[in-house]
Design a protein around this ligand. Structure first.
Ligand code: SAH
Length: 249
């Protein structure tokens, strides 16, 4: 998703906010920053506040108008601090993240943020399909732009995590060996384990059902990867081999 999703900052006045927005994006695994007519950019304050996310700034595209910045986008979502005169359909941050994720599979999508002082102009809002307003304190509803980017970027990350597009805590590229094993693999393990418990007479005449259910729940909760299941099955097989050796029939 992240290659097809761009974060667009329109007319940002403080370069430090551009840097903070870049940092907010990178912490959530987003990298495509598009700037529309920034007041001052590049700028040392942007670099300073980006911290380790200067690569996001270095790769940022710059356009003169929002129309240019989103010309190829299938879905453009605006963020606004308050209800505008332009009537627009609204989505929650969570629903917007979900829509952006889904549409990004088919092509470019954009999430647009306005100027610090005045937000997005009506003409710009009219280019957007939907708007997101974070339900902030009605008496003080305007977040710092980088804080708004952080919240939306977090929702996007949650949406990507839920869809299995990225994996929590670490790797962004999926290795099937490290993904949870398939249903077939885990059922194979359960069958092996059930046979083994029988073999060592673990149940001592009781019904195996409850114990098997508990073990199932334990292993399903752990979501073992194929490699981990192979280790477990290896332990079972080796024990079975020793059992056969010690009890020759
Ligand atoms: N007075 C301006 C405030 C802009 S704040 C206005 O009323 O629009 C700068 C940008 O941060 C906004 O354009 C929007 O993109 C984002 N933002 C700030 N607060 C927000 C909120 N409560 N919900 C959604 N976006 C918000």
């Amino acid at each position: 998703m992240s290659e097809n999703l761009r974060i667009v900052l329109v007319g940002t006045q403080h370069p430090g906010n551009i840097g903070s927005a870049a940092r907010a994006m990178k912490t959530m695994g987003l990298s495509r920053l598009v700037l529309v007519a920034p007041l001052r950019f590049p700028h040392h304050e942007a670099d300073a506040l980006a911290a380790g996310a200067v690569d996001v700034l270095a790769a940022a595209e710059i356009h003169a108008t929002l129309a240019d910045a989103v010309a190829d986008c299938r879905l453009v979502i605006a963020t606004t601090a308050r209800q505008r005169t332009v009537p627009m359909s609204e989505l929650s941050a969570k629903a917007a993240a979900q829509r952006l994720r889904e549409e990004s599979k088919l092509g470019a999508v954009a999430l647009v943020f306005g100027r610090e002082r005045t937000g997005l102009e009506n003409e710009e809002l009219q280019r957007c399909h939907v708007a997101v307003t974070l339900p902030a304190n009605p008496d003080y509803s305007s977040l710092n732009i980088a804080a708004a980017v952080q919240i939306l970027a977090y929702e996007l990350r949650l949406a990507m995590l839920a869809a299995g597009e990225v994996v929590a805590n670490g790797r962004e590229s999926a290795d099937p060996e490290l993904e949870p094993a398939s249903q077939r693999e885990i059922e194979g393990f359960f069958a092996h384990l059930a046979g083994y418990l029988e073999q060592i007479d673990f149940h001592k005449g009781h019904s195996p059902e409850i114990v098997e259910q508990r073990l199932r729940r334990l292993f399903l909760r752990a979501q073992p990867a194929p490699r981990e299941l192979r280790i477990l099955r290896g332990i079972l097989s080796d024990s079975q081999r020793l059992l056969r050796l010690s009890r020759p029939d």
